[in-house]
Design a protein around this ligand. Structure first.
Ligand code: FE2
Ligand code: FE2
Length: 285
């Protein structure tokens, strides 16, 4: 178990770095801690190519005292032109081994405890994927998928994120839920948690998606009470590319996406605010 965090340090977070985009790569090259004690939580979608993911995580590990990573859907793609052709679970395990080599913590490691400012809190990176249950009520998975195909809003995961050796992405999700719950039981229940997951643990953040069909690739109803059950002080997520703070059951949820260059242009953002203080609360400005 890693324990630490200086008195001046903070827990910082970012997700959806998508470093295949040159603009995003330039932003990542400029990311720096505010103090020597800062930790960085990375909530997935660093990139698609194994070499890109390693480049970004290595750079950030050199700058931040501790770096914690959990995979997004994009890290789990198997792009045809990536020299790494592993699929599914094997690809994930390969990325975990890469993280161990460079000293980055993953969902497979004992949870670190932040004892700096606002601590102690247990930092729990989660990898639970999605199971298509964020679909409209009273529809089957097949009906919801057909609705998405008709609308032309189909997540690229359908073609690039292979669930091997599981028969489906939802079956992989069910296995990850079991595994993650087992891991969460190992924490000290007296200490609050910071939960870090690529996908929102609750469904409400998907209510504002421009294309409601996309929600089925955004999480699972099985985690709806995890922020309460696991005593979360804060929940960090990404994937939606809608950076904002919301509150559910009195608990702060932070969407920390950098997102795509075209999205930042549309929102009038330049990426300089992309890295966010997530714990303790940002001071009122
Ligand atoms: Fe993303
Ligand atoms: Fe994503």
């Amino acid at each position: 178990m890693t324990i630490g965090g200086g008195a001046s340090g903070r827990l910082m977070a970012i997700s959806d770095l998508h470093v295949a985009y040159p603009d995003n790569r330039q932003i990542v090259e400029k990311l720096r801690p505010e103090s020597d004690g800062d930790w960085l939580l990375i909530a997935g979608d660093v990139g698609e190519f194994a070499a890109d993911i390693e480049w970004a995580l290595t750079l950030l590990k050199e700058r931040f005292a501790t770096v914690v990573w959990t995979p997004g859907n994009h890290e789990l793609w198997t792009p045809k032109d990536d020299p790494l052709q592993l699929r599914g679970e094997e690809r994930y395990r390969h990325l975990v081994e890469m993280c161990r080599r460079i000293g980055v913590l993953t969902p497979e490691d004992p949870y670190a405890v932040w004892t700096g400012h606002g601590g102690p809190v247990t930092i729990a990176p989660l990898f639970v994927l999605y199971d298509y249950s964020f679909r409209p009520p009273n529809t089957t998975k097949e009906e919801a998928l057909a609705w998405a195909y008709e609308a032309g809003v189909v997540c690229t995961d359908e073609f690039m994120l292979h669930p091997d050796p599981y028969p489906s992405r939802d079956a992989w999700c069910r296995a990850r839920l079991r595994e993650t719950e087992r891991h969460l039981q190992t924490r000290d229940p007296a200490i609050p948690t910071v939960l870090v997951n690529h996908f929102p643990l609750v469904r409400q953040p998907t209510d504002i998606l421009r294309h409601p069909q996309f929600a089925q690739w955004c999480g699972t109803v099985e985690t709806a009470d995890w922020h309460l059950r696991y005593n979360a002080a804060t929940v960090v997520y990404g994937h939606l590319h809608i950076p904002r703070t919301t509150w559910y059951d009195g608990i702060r949820f932070e969407e920390v996406s950098l997102g795509y260059p075209r999205e930042r242009r549309a929102y009038g953002l330049d990426g300089t605010q992309a890295i966010r203080r997530v714990f303790p609360d940002e001071p009122p400005s």
